[in-house]
Design a protein around this ligand. Sequence first.
Ligand SMILES: *[C@@H]1O[C@H](CO)[C@@H](O)[C@H](O)[C@H]1NC(C)=O
Ligand SMILES: *[C@@H]1O[C@H](CO)[C@@H](O)[C@H](O)[C@H]1NC(C)=O
Ligand SMILES: *[C@@H]1O[C@H](CO)[C@@H](O)[C@H](O)[C@H]1NC(C)=O
Ligand SMILES: *[C@@H]1O[C@H](CO)[C@@H](O)[C@H](O)[C@H]1NC(C)=O
Length: 270
Amino acid sequence: MKRITRSPLSIKDPSFHTSLEVKYEACLVPAILSWFCILVSFWFMIAVVMSMVSGFRAPPALITIFIWLLVVESFGHAAQTDIDCLRDIQASLQDPFNYLSSWRFNNTTEGFICKFAGVDCWHPDENKVLNIRLGDMGLRGKFPLGVSRCSSLTGLDLSGNSIRGNIPSNISKLIGFVTSLDLSSNHFSGEIPVDLANCSYLNILKLDNNQLRGRIPPQIGLLNRIKTFSVSRNQLSGPVPRFISATIPAESYANNPGLCDISAHLQFQA
Ligand SMILES: *[C@@H]1O[C@H](CO)[C@@H](O)[C@H](O)[C@H]1NC(C)=O
Ligand SMILES: *[C@@H]1O[C@H](CO)[C@@H](O)[C@H](O)[C@H]1NC(C)=O
Ligand SMILES: *[C@@H]1O[C@H](CO)[C@@H](O)[C@H](O)[C@H]1NC(C)=O
Ligand SMILES: *[C@@H]1O[C@H](CO)[C@@H](O)[C@H](O)[C@H]1NC(C)=O
C-alpha cells in the first residue's frame, strides 16, 4: 500500500534549518507591521485616557477601536487565506483513494487544518501552513494554483502522483518562499519555467521522472542555496546548468535523450 504521510520535518533534515531561516525572513515584515499597529493603538489609548482625565471629548477612542479591528482582521485574514489555500488545493485535485478525506472544513477551531493529512503548520494551534506533503497519494489533476494562498509555505511535495500539465510559468509568484519543491514522478510536461530561478530560497528541487522537454534554463544555476537538484528521466536536451554553489552529480541528469555537460564533455543517453 501507499504511505499516507512522511515523518515530520526532523532536525536532521537539511531543509529544517533553512525553514527556520525562512520563518525569520517571511515573518519579519508582518511582525514589524503588527507591532507597529499595536504601538499605534497603545498611543491612541493613552490619548483617550489623557483626554478623559483632562475632560475633553475623546474621538481617538473610535480610531483606537478601528485600529484594533484592523489588527484583529489582518491576523484573522492571514489564517483564512491558509484555510482557503487548502480548500482550493483539495478542490483542484482528484483524490481517488480519499487520502484527503481528513481535510474537512466544518470545524474551524484554531489549528484545525494542522491535523489534516500531509499538512504541517508552523505551530500546531495556528492555521498557518509550513509544509504540504502530498507524496504518493495517487492524486490527479493540474498543479494546484491554490498553493499561492498558503503565504508562509516553505515546502511542497507533490511527488509520486499523476499530476499533469505544465509547471506554472509564474511559479515564483505562487510559492516564492519554498526551500523544498518536489514534483518528481508525475506527468508534468512542457518546459521547465525560467521563473523557477526566482524561487531563490530553494535548497531542494526535484523534477525527475516527468515528461519535461526542452532546455534547462541556465538561470537555474544561479539558485545559490541549491543542494539537491534532479531532472533525471525526462525528455530534456541541451546543456546542463552551471551551478554557482553546488556540484550536481551526473545521476541527477541521467536518462534524458539530449542533455549534455559541455564542461565535462559528457553525453548522457537514455
Ligand atoms: C474541532 O476540532 C478540535 C480539534 O481537532 C476538537 O478538539 C473539537 O472537539 C472539534 N469540535 C467539534 C465541534 O467537533
Ligand atoms: C463535519 O462533517 C463530518 C462529515 O462530513 C461529520 O462527520 C462531522 O461530525 C462534522 N463536524 C462538525 C463539527 O460539524
Ligand atoms: C499564475 O498563472 C496562472 C495561469 O497559469 C494564473 O491563473 C494565476 O492567476 C497566476 N497567479 C499569480 C499569482 O500570478
Ligand atoms: C526573475 O529573475 C530574473 C533574473 O533571473 C529577473 O530579471 C526578473 O525580474 C525576476 N522576476 C521577478 C518577478 O522577480
